[in-house]
Design a binder for this molecule. Structure first.
Ligand SMILES: Cc1cc2nc3c(=O)[nH]c(=O)nc-3n(C[C@H](O)[C@H](O)[C@H](O)COP(=O)(O)OP(=O)(O)OC[C@H]3O[C@@H](n4cnc5c(N)ncnc54)[C@H](O)[C@@H]3O)c2cc1C
Length: 252
């Protein structure tokens, strides 16, 4: 299947890294009962889970979850944060929080500001596809050339980018393909594939797939994220070593 034009076009979509940070503080910060978008170039969205999530509810101490992005040149950042240590990432986050909330965090805040009790850094090296210009035409339809195989997922062709909305809509469209096919109704058809992909597919020979070590139980194999341990660092080194290269690279 890998060299069929329909599947080959997926090579044009590249998953970008994202980091999720969990931070437990020694006091309650001013918070709102909502997910917030930040004006920071490093922390895109965050929420005080002690306020807006029942499982973490705490009136005395805040627990922030933050999305640390862009964290690589492909995603529009200057630094490859995936290759950095957890300590460096937490330090950069604390500096950014001190800039955003100077009255509560950092040396400028009364009594030195909130103290971080503990933290967890979850790295997802291949998250949503990079929504750089010209990618939409390579997103495959849910209907595939294989009769009993249908695709879903935020990256498949639908009107939203890689997101929760995109994942839901793609799932609905996939369900439509399955029900239409099983009821013998006409489907929407397979989305056309770009000519250069067809030309490349015609010339391609069989290759050993890279990046998927099915003997590994690392979440990275399945496009997931985890806290970096020696084991996960080795998994990344074996499957996707460019992620660990050059800690600082010029932005595109
Ligand atoms: C840190 C972070 C923050 C985000 N923030 C937002 C946000 O604020 N708003 C928003 O809209 N979106 C956000 N997203 C994106 C959103 O989470 C995704 O777009 C969405 O979850 C994709 O859903 P999906 O069903 O397409 O894929 P996934 O949720 O990735 O589901 C795919 C599933 O398939 C499993 N799988 C993979 N390979 C195999 C295999 N071989 N066998 C069996 N199972 C397999 C995986 O384990 C996974 O459970 C964020 C993503 C990340 C990582």
């Amino acid at each position: 299947w890998a060299n069929m034009p329909y599947f080959r076009q997926v090579r044009e979509l590249e998953g970008i890294p994202v980091i999720n940070i969990h931070m437990w503080f020694d006091r309650k910060l001013t918070s709102v009962d909502h997910l917030c978008f930040s004006r920071s170039p490093l922390l895109s969205v965050y929420a005080d889970m002690s306020t807006c999530c029942k499982e973490y509810a705490d009136d005395e101490r805040s627990m922030l979850e933050l999305v640390f992005a862009p964290c690589s040149p492909l995603a529009g950042g200057k630094t490859n944060w995936i290759a950095k240590s957890d300590e460096e990432i937490v330090e950069a986050t604390m500096k950014e929080l001190a800039r955003l909330f100077p009255t509560e965090i950092g040396p400028g805040a009364p009594d030195g500001g909130a103290v971080l009790r503990k933290s967890a850094v979850v790295k997802t090296p291949r998250s949503v596809y990079a929504a750089i210009p010209g990618r939409n035409k390579y997103r495959p339809s849910q209907e595939t050339p294989i009769e009993n195989f249908t695709l879903a997922g935020d990256w498949t062709s639908q009107k939203f980018l890689g997101s929760m909305e995109g994942a839901i809509l793609a799932g609905k469209l996939a369900a439509e393909v399955v029900t239409d096919r099983s009821a013998g109704r006409p489907t929407q058809g397979i989305k056309s594939v770009q000519q250069h992909v067809i030309d490349e597919a015609n010339k391609a020979s069989e290759e050993v797939p890279v990046g998927l070590d099915l003997d590994s139980d690392s979440a990275f194999v399945y496009g997931g994220g985890e806290e970096m341990s020696q084991r996960s660092e080795e998994a990344l080194q074996n499957q996707d070593k460019e992620q660990l290269e050059a800690a600082t690279v010029a932005a595109r």
